[in-house]
Design a protein around this ligand. Sequence first.
Ligand code: AP5
Length: 275
Amino acid sequence: MGYLDDEVKRLQGILDSIEARVKTLEESQFGGSKPKTAKEIRMILIGPPGAGKGTQAPKIKEKFSCCHLATGDMLRSQVAKKTPLGREAKKIMDQGGLVSDDIVIGMIKEELENNPECKGGFILDGFPRTVPQAASLDAMLRERNQTLQHAVELQIDDSLLVARITGRLVHPASGRSYHSLFNPPKKAMTDDVTGEPLVQRSDDNAEALKKRLATYHQQTAPVVGYYQNTGIWKAIDASQEPGQVWKSLLAIFDGDQKKASSAGGGILSKLTHRS
Ligand code: AP5
């Protein structure tokens, strides 16, 4: 046993010094900063109302320094400004229907072309919601010689969504969302960051939710099939607690990183993949 222990310790020492050397080399290669997990992210989150798209998307934005485009938030901002589009959209949203494809496609195109944050990639939340929207997104990306990397479906049973939606509280200016039970703000009905009041969305009631779910199953479920055919679709169990859902997303991004390093990016991969 003594010999085995000594040998394990010796090998451990060799591994430690290799790791330290790789760290030094990577630091000199990447200017002291950690290599990014991906140069650019281009992904969409698909899921029914309350699945957690708006909860997870800001974390993806933070991780990749990309833009987070939520068509629901964009439409609500038009509603708040009482623009003609906002007035029309509010009626449709409160009834649980979908705003016309042309309008939302135009909004996304405008942001992808002009929002400087989108230069680092994008996370789309609530778009595309119909097959024509998905086809338009592909066309927009083709024009830019880009492709979508991930279409992630947040899967959850309808029965779990009533409690999530009826307990949701939002900070209208930022789109930050809380939940009265599952994710309460530090002070009741108050945004943690700005101290401004939280509100309940006018479409967050059991009756409107029924219609939103019916619209989802009828018009957005086919979008899942659209991406399943392209090979970039992945599903996540969205009934897990938010931290677990985030871990599932990280596992998808880790898959990207592994692919990138086995393609010759990382120093460790160069050491371990000898020809
Ligand atoms: P939109 O704003 O996109 O609403 P939605 O799709 O119905 O989605 P939600 O925002 O309700 O849900 P979410 O998945 O973001 O959930 P969240 O993370 O907040 O669209 C609104 C309307 O605009 C549409 O109905 C339509 O009319 C129109 N529209 C928008 N886009 C359109 C398009 N492309 N085409 C046409 N029309 C369009 O979570 C919900 C709650 O649950 C929160 O309180 C949160 O704290 C909590 N929660 C989140 N994750 C968990 C978890 N894992 N466990 C427990 N609680 C959780």
